[in-house]
Design a protein around this ligand. Structure first.
Ligand SMILES: [Zn+2]
Length: 163
C-alpha cells in the first residue's frame, strides 16, 4: 500500500506469491506488473532450506501464526539474500515480520519510514443519532437531533510526504 517499486533505486526482490495478495487490475497490481517486466523487481522463491529456518524461528518466538505464507517467503528470501552477501532491507509494516527480521539481524523499514504517510479523511458525525456529515458541513449541530457534531477520521489513504 503506497509503495511504488518504480521510485526505488535499489535492487528489489519479492516472492511470486505476492501476486495472490494484489487485487487484479488495480493501480497497485499494474504498477507491480510494470516493475517486474522492466526488471525493477526480481521475482524469486526462497529455497526450501531458508523457509524451514524461518518457520522454526517464528514458531520458537511465537510469531508463526501471525505470518502469512507470503510473509514467511519474504523473510526466507531476505535470509537467503543475506547469506549470499547481500544486505537486504525488508519493507513491511507487519509487526511479526519485523520481529522475526530483528531476530535474524535483517534490517527492515516500515512504509512510514519510507516517507509514505497517510492522508486523513475527516468526517463530522453526531454522537446522538450517528448521522454523518461531510467535513464542509457548516452547521455545528445535528439537523436531526440537535446534538453538537464531532470530528473523526473516516478513512485514511496513503500519501507521499511531499504531496
Ligand atoms: Zn443527530
Amino acid at each position: 500500500m503506497g509503495y511504488d517499486p518504480l521510485l526505488i533505486n535499489e535492487n528489489q526482490y519479492t516472492t511470486p506469491s505476492i501476486m495472490h495478495e494484489l487485487e487484479y487490475e488495480t493501480t497497485v497490481s499494474l504498477r507491480f506488473k510494470v516493475a517486474v517486466e522492466t526488471g525493477k523487481i526480481i521475482l524469486k522463491y526462497p529455497s526450501e532450506k531458508f523457509l524451514k529456518q524461518i518457520v522454526k524461528l517464528a514458531s520458537k518466538i511465537g510469531d508463526l501464526l501471525s505470518l502469512s505464507d507470503v510473509d514467511k517467503e519474504v523473510l526466507a528470501l531476505a535470509l537467503e539474500l543475506s547469506e549470499r552477501a547481500h544486505s537486504p532491507i525488508i519493507v513491511s509494516d507487519d509487526y511479526s515480520v519485523q520481529n522475526v527480521a530483528d531476530q535474524l539481524n535483517i534490517k527492515y523499514v516500515s512504509l512510514t519510514n519510507l516517507g509514505i504517510r497517510y492522508r486523513f479523511h475527516w468526517v463530522l458525525y453526531c454522537s446522538g443519532c450517528h448521522r454523518k456529515f461531510p467535513p464542509t458541513h457548516s452547521q455545528k449541530k445535528c439537523s436531526t437531533c440537535g446534538t453538537t457534531l464531532k470530528r473523526r477520521v473516516d478513512k485514511k489513504t496513503p500519501s507521499r510526504q511531499n504531496d
